[in-house]
Design a binder for this molecule. Structure first.
Ligand code: GLA
Length: 376
């Protein structure tokens, strides 16, 4: 299956957690199309945990009858009829994180059911995994089981950073893998995940991406993963980081109630283009070899994009205003090269030339993002 870019879509968990049903999914599918999410690139609707009955029925996973009375296939058909892809959830352990039956020992049965139902995306978690079990082999088994069905199914390994997944996830056929624990709707959680991502080896390349977890943009402190909520600056910084680091972009808020400011962030064409860039380069953090492991305040990253463009992100994790100055020599453009970059600020549209350095004042937890190109 040819997957080249980070997945984009919507997932039930962050807002609705266990409280999901057929009607909600249909309504969200309608909204994703009507409100332009599909056109913006968010093409996959994923039902997370708790869609299942408490036990298998005749050896098969079965949808909870009260909440999904029509079964999964008709729901997948409805989602497809809207032009969206349909995703579902299971786990590599004996039970899922919501204590529903897991796929351990049933990988080939479940994969075939998913394929028969029309599933296009599988989020595969890691709860209740046997202590003696081999995680790598469990993820490989489901990957092969999916292949055996003959259906193209994007494989999302939600392993939550266990067992150094970046080192082997590509080899077992995952298209993305969770590199951290669960996000909450708070800047502390966003910066914690970003710190971890920045300090790990970068295995991201077309086809397999480190997943920093679902987005909290637009939750505004409401829903399951709510922990106080974030300011608009914080949501923008969150989205920018996920885009610079090529994370899948799975929306987690209730898009039926999203504020126009948050929607604008999710629809930011420049940031989405940074996320989905063909070259899929990891960003370079300035002076990263000399920096402490933990960034407490400010830093700059540059991500080389296709078309000889460069995206610069100036970030402030501090709780106070800072001035962030970056020297182009730290990004491989020394003064003796005598080169000039044209910077375009993606938030304001302002353009200006940069020769040796650029300084910007950043509010607490805010960032400035520029698309740059050499002009002479
Ligand atoms: C784990 C995952 C979450 C979500 C829940 C569902 O915590 O990391 O993203 O899927 O399980 O139970």
């Amino acid at each position: 299956m040819l997957i080249r870019k980070p997945a984009m879509g919507w997932n039930t968990w962050n807002t609705f957690a266990r409280d999901i049903n057929d009607e909600l999914i249909r309504e969200i599918a309608d909204f994703m199309v009507k409100e332009g999410y599909l056109d913006a690139g968010y093409d996959t609707l994923v039902i997370d945990d708790n869609w299942q009955e408490n036990e298998r029925v005749d050896g098969h996973l079965a949808p909870d009858k009260s909440r999904f009375p029509n079964g999964i296939k008709p729901l997948a058909d409805y989602v497809h009829s809207k032009g969206l892809k349909f995703g579902i959830y299971s786990a590599a352990g004996v039970r899922t994180c919501c204590n529903k039956p897991g796929s351990f020992g049933y990988e080939y049965v479940d994969a075939q059911d998913f394929a028969d139902w029309g599933v296009d995306y599988l989020k595969y978690d890691l709860c209740h995994f046997p202590g003696s079990g081999d995680r790598k082999s469990a993820y490989l088994t489901m990957s092969m089981a999916l292949k055996s069905t003959g259906r193209d199914i994007e494989y999302s390994a939600a392993i939550c950073g266990e067992a150094n997944p970046g080192e082997w996830m590509r080899s077992i056929g995952a298209h993305n893998y969770r590199m951290s624990g669960d996000i909450t709707d708070s800047f502390g959680s966003i910066s914690f995940i970003a710190q971890r991502r920045m300090n790990e080896h970068d295995f991201t390349a077309p086809g397999c991406y480190a997943d920093m977890d679902m987005l909290v943009v637009g939750m505004d402190g409401k829903g399951y993963a709510a922990k106080g909520g974030c300011s608009i600056d914080e949501y923008f910084t969150h989205f920018a980081l996920w885009c610079f680091y090529s994370s899948p972009l799975m929306i987690g808020c209730d898009i039926r109630k999203i504020s126009p400011e948050s929607k604008k962030i999710l629809f930011n064409k420049d940031l989405i283009a940074i996320n989905q860039d063909e070259e899929c380069n990891a960003p370079y953090r300035e002076r990263q070899s000399r920096y402490a492991q933990i960034v407490k305040d400010k830093f700059t990253v540059a991500k080389q994009l296709s078309g000889n463009k460069i995206a610069f992100g100036f970030f402030n994790f501090a709780d106070s205003k800072v001035i962030q100055t970056s020297y182009m020599t730290d990004f491989g453009i020394p003064s003796y090269a005598n080169k000039t970059l044209l910077f375009r600020n993606i938030q304001t549209g302002e353009t200006f030339k940069v020769k040796d350095s650029h300084s910007v004042e950043l509010d607490p937890h805010a960032c400035a993002v520029y698309i740059a190109e050499f002009v002479d």
